[in-house]
Ligand binder design. Sequence first.
Ligand code: WTA
Length: 635
Amino acid sequence: MSNYHIKHLEEYFQVYRKSVRDPEHFWQEVAEEHFLWRKRWDNVLSWDFSKPEVKWFEGAELNITENCLDRHLRTHGDHTAILFEPNSPDEEAQHITYKQLHEKVCKMANVLKDNGIEKGDRVCIYLPMIPELAIALLACARIGAVHSVVFAGFSSKALATRINDAACKMVITSDGSYRGAKKLDLKSIVDEALESCETIETVLLVERTKNKVVLKEGRDKWLQPLLDAADSTCEVVTMKAEDPLFILYTSGSTGRPKGMVHTTAGYMVYTAYTFKNIFQYNDGDIYWCTADIGWITGHSYIVYGPLANGATTVMFEGVPSYPDFSRFWEIVDKHKITHLYTAPTAIRALAKENIEYVEKCDLTSLKVLGSVGEPINEEAWHWYNDNIGKNKSPIVDTWWQTETGGIMISPIPFVTPTKPTYATLPFIGIQPSLMDESGKEMKGNQVEGRLCIKYPWPSMARTIWGDHERYRDTYFSAYENKYFTGDGAMRDEVGYYRITGRVDDVIIVSGHNLGTAPIEDAINEHPAVAESAIVGFPHDVKGNALYGYVILKEYGETRNLENLSKEINQQISDRIGPIAKLDKIQFVSGLPKTRSGKIMRRILRKIASKDTSNLGDTSTLLNPEVVQEIMDNSL
Ligand code: WTA
């Protein structure tokens, strides 16, 4: 199979060794070989994890869209860049070539400029999965504006928090969005959010659903007429290597969402290089990542990574269950998809349905399968491997994070022998380490500990927007001189990694990271609630679901508890979004606490998971009696 970029395991080991022996030399070669630079770097890397400060390709100048678009025009101008598959199969798919995409991005960039957006300004993008979303990202990048995409399933309050945190000047949104049989009214969510945002000067509106909307004069504008009038060429703004490219929010275990800041050159080099090698993408392949661009997976592996490689990247607007559970497989069949990159939660949901939905479609075009976002359980892995990959398309179980910018641990297809539930080996240039409780690195194999990375890689986030101290505290203070991921992992006898899950208070529900603190805050705002604690428990489709323990101000309150549960979930929906709703709510008289007043989540987690055989010593708790009560009434 000579068209693979890395051809066999020995070659992977060779390249890997080279990349860790002399990382600067290695990444310099990658940067030289593949990209278009306006000015070459003076220094490949400088770093200090204690500050933390990391700079890649300092002194270099470039524009990422020149690398994702202009560079391909001569050789790939008529190739499809974005293949858009709408929510409804009755609506025609769109093939947007590199030439067309270039023109669309230039026009949008000119519209942004005409509306006062300059280099360094933050633009919030709140759009469904339609081509304008990708175009908006690229248009920002072309003129050096920093995009901040907010997943269009977040509530108005969550949107407002993010707009205010980054002091965005503009919102790009649409009249509405289609999700399966539902039509959502995005514009009114934006309107509500903007009631508490002072910095927004302009709202640009894409017409998608023809929902009735009210335009606020002087602020809101339909995008299409502006695009029609815009010039179709737009010179790029030259960016410095470490200029911010985007902000993307991720949940933290405490308090406010963290605006992870990614910068230009390192992010480009790493996402492009990983895309090419981890998917073994070749010209003519049709690559489909089912994530939403509202998450990092969409940023790196729908937009930037694929486009930097001149690939064809599919954008799907809809959901796997609409019009029926065959939708994914019909899309694979219809567009002859070669690469499918999806999440375990989708696999589990589809595996529950009749196998007929799969079997009626021709999936022979598939070459490589991917998984991302949460640990893939053994059953789902086998179902994916047997029924979708037909035992011939390798599964790349890719472990990474919003913070890492790109894939960190993953098999290389046709090269690394896969093993169910294992993300296998570190990608080229990545140096993981497992740490024990006392903060010592665990050497050798067959060990389990906390996953850290001990050397910088080009696409790591550089800071949290407006809060560098939090960046240091969260990621660089637990272990000296190491980036701490928040995940636990084990290394097996041959050095393969298996991610065991979060070791902090982040819970992954259907592949979405949710922090316990913001959900608890939302619940506690309910007038009847005194205190609450959220934990995760295993769920056969979502991976984890949320279990809430709630103390009411008046215990034994006569109010209908069922209604109260609904109100609490509504409250969460309003504050954060429907993805954070609780599956179970148990009203309790107290929460198990240590003598210093800390909630013992470990105990609550075990009770929620019905794993109460070994609760550990509860006698040192402030209120041990409450444990029995909680167990007796557990749902
Ligand atoms: C989890 C998504 C196991 C992990 C790209 C990580 C995974 C968090 C995997 C980041 C995987 C992601 N196996 N766990 N293949 N991929 N995770 O920021 O806990 O949305 O820390 O980035 O998802 O989620 P995020």
